[in-house]
Design a protein around this ligand. Sequence first.
Ligand SMILES: Cc1ncc(COP(=O)(O)O)c(C=O)c1O
Length: 410
Amino acid sequence: MTAFNSTSNYGENAFIKNKPQMLQNIYNTTDVFPYWIADMDFQVAEPITQELNRLVERGVYSYEFSEQEVFEALSQWYSKRHGVSLSADKFVQVPGVLSGIALLLRQFTNEDDGVLIHTPAYHQFSNLVNKANRQVVQSPLCSDKQGYQIDFAGMEQQIIEQKVKAMIFCNPHNPTGRVWTSQDIEQVIEIAKRHDVLIISDEVHSDIIFEGHAFTSLTNFDYDKVITLIGSPAKTFGMHSISNGYVYTNNDELFEAFKTNVVAMYLDHGNAFSTFATVAAFEKGEEWLDGMLVYLQDTVKWITEFTEQRIPQLKVFQPQGTYQMWFDFSGLGFSGEELKNVVFEQAKMGLTPGDWFGAESPNFMRMNIATSRDNIEQSFNALADAIDGFERGSHTRSICCDSGASKSCC
Ligand SMILES: Cc1ncc(COP(=O)(O)O)c(C=O)c1O
């Protein structure tokens, strides 16, 4: 077994995902294993721990601003991992990816402007847009045998009809696990150019890419209205509570305007822990990341094989990246309440309900798989048993296979 199989013993109430009140609110029970939030149970790479220990042992916390070191490390990382050349002088540090998007929306769009997202979409995107008093414009993805695709014609129509001024483009896509190809991105950019739409590209999952797929950064394309939330170490290295966000654009005008705004609010400095841990992660964490990617892919394989045998009616979308897996339970024919009962209460799996990601996904659920295989195996066995038990019980249900949650176009 690899290091990833022994997940940290962090105590029951340590993190948001375990907080009883949180679980009670979401699942109506506290007795579930938390697969809902997109963070990791794995111990971070040793160089990160060493760096944090160094700072603690030093015991002196004088001001130190070393963001430039982070930008250098990030641009080297993007060059090495993704073949993209980024200038270390064109980054702006922000407190996190979401706060970065919130700031960008407020600065570069106006109240009531339409902001397009591809649904099912990471639920915080619509929260961000709503809280900025902009209008969420959904562009539903469509699914075929290959998985989810962008409905380009539908997207363009929405842009025209809903007066869209900006789009939040998520690559790799949360929750579906799609890694958009350069052809996909070219088409998105062509449409954005035609209608002068600002693209806010969220690349936070850019390093979690599975074999056979390649990540393409939007920083690589010839369109000057692109602002990118460069992958932060949060997702890549499991530094969710100790990392910042990094905004990048090749457009000098947008860069200067955004930087001026962020500096004016004194939001551009991280603390020493996040700064030096981030540098250590990008400079010395590659081997750990490669090990984790192998572990995650083996987990996906295990889940796929297990469900094919024990729960064949469950549709498993093969993730091309991210550590989120997206499942369609429609084929099991449960009502919404039955599904929750089987998954949450009987199998004790705290999956994220699909309707978080778009109102029409009640039969879908997302699972964070960045935990030990032992946990995963235990949960899926419990799920299969719960489904078998349900079938043997007095309940009747109609088997159906189309929830209508995703359009089958493209
Ligand atoms: C696509 C995406 N963007 C942003 C975030 C959150 O980033 P941060 O914690 O840096 O705000 C997440 C977390 O799950 C995410 O999946």
